[in-house]
Design a protein around this ligand. Structure first.
Ligand code: ELE
Length: 325
């Protein structure tokens, strides 16, 4: 089955909050580091940057404060080629921040959010031009947006409904964050949204913790598809790769070995690779590009995956070299 809808200027449209991330250098701790590195993050913004970097025309919708930090976020996304024409600029509100300490086994990576009272939290469904927001072949949404503020769940529901009505393929990445909502709230929101979702992306641990499922990744994918009545479900299992239940068939791709330096953003890079492969029509290619982009994202510091199509496809085909000269 191909994907419906006219291809407007953007192939993919995403909606969500961007944050500035502050992190100590690797090997240093949040509690006592004297210097922080600055990166721009936010799940949907990361997906948009990764897609634009491989040449997929992509729009990101959000609310940004008219401050130097709001402009820093916009500059970061537009330098990758992301369309920002539907972003709403607000006065008197702030940009969200988060602090990330990059772990090293056995010390986990840990995150502290500081994102109350942001411009995005004040965004309501009446603030957006939905025809413009959903004018794309794919509308990509995540559970972070659903959970981040009292109003934002309604944005996700509206975007999914409008996307469907306009013939877009609606993708939802569960992206569960325990700091933002309970497993029960995330599961019940996903169940409510499911009727408007064509493709679900979910980590194996979230399938177990939110939906009470058990078993290996292929059975988690087919069980999620049955439980939520969604035709296509991708389940990721970190170093064990990704599987998909795709219109009744099971597809798998191994993870690529990586000596990663920063795993934050790998899930969003994976989602971007899947969307890019979906636009080209094959579930196998979607998983291959997803795992290639996830592994590349982990090799650089920061949340964003800014690799060219050629760089990603070389890795996906196993054609990379240790040194290029
Ligand atoms: O946590 C949030 O709310 C954010 O949006 C900040 C980060 O940029 C993403 O969380 C990265 O997500 P992963 O690709 O799953 O590592």
């Amino acid at each position: 089955m191909g994907i419906g809808g006219p291809a407007g200027a953007a192939q993919v449209s995403t909606l969500g909050e961007a944050l500035v991330r502050l992190s100590p250098a690797p090997g240093e701790r949040l509690r006592d580091s004297g210097q922080f590195r600055v990166h721009v993050g936010g799940a949907e913004a990361n997906v948009a940057v990764a897609l634009a970097s491989v040449g997929v025309p992509t729009r990101w919708t959000s609310a940004l404060p008219q401050t130097v930090l709001g402009r820093r976020v916009a500059d970061s996304l537009s330098s990758a080629g992301v369309a920002l024409d539907t972003v709403r600029w607000t006065a008197g509100e702030r940009l969200g921040l988060y602090f990330a300490e990059i772990g090293s086994p056995p010390r986990p990576t840990s995150v502290v959010y500081d994102r109350a009272g942001t411009a995005f939290a004040s965004l309501s469904v009446d603030d957006l031009d939905w025809a413009a927001v959903c004018d794309a072949r794919i509308v990509h949404l995540t559970g972070i947006t659903a959970a981040v503020a009292p109003r934002s769940g309604a944005l996700v529901l509206r975007a999914a409904r409008e996307g469907r009505e306009r013939g877009a393929l609606v993708v939802y990445d569960v992206n569960y964050r325990a700091a933002l909502s309970s497993p029960e709230a995330a599961a019940s929101f996903t169940a409510e949204l499911a009727a408007h979702v064509d493709l679900l992306i979910c980590r194996a641990e979230d399938a177990r913790d939110l939906f009470g499922l058990a078993g290996d990744a292929p059975s988690l994918a087919s069980d999620l598809a049955k439980t939520l009545s969604i035709g296509r479900v991708v389940v990721t299992s970190g170093a064990d790769g990704a599987v998909a239940w795709w219109d009744g068939e099971s597809v798998a791709a191994p993870a690529l070995p990586t000596a990663g330096v920063d795993r934050i953003g790998a899930g969003d890079a994976f989602a971007a690779g899947v969307l890019w492969g979906v636009l080209d029509g094959s579930p196998e290619e979607a998983l291959r590009r997803g795992t290639a982009m996830a592994s590349l994202a982990m090799t650089v510091h920061g949340d964003q995956c800014r690799f060219s199509a050629e760089e990603v496809l070389d890795v996906a085909r196993g054609a990379g070299r240790e040194v290029r000269r």
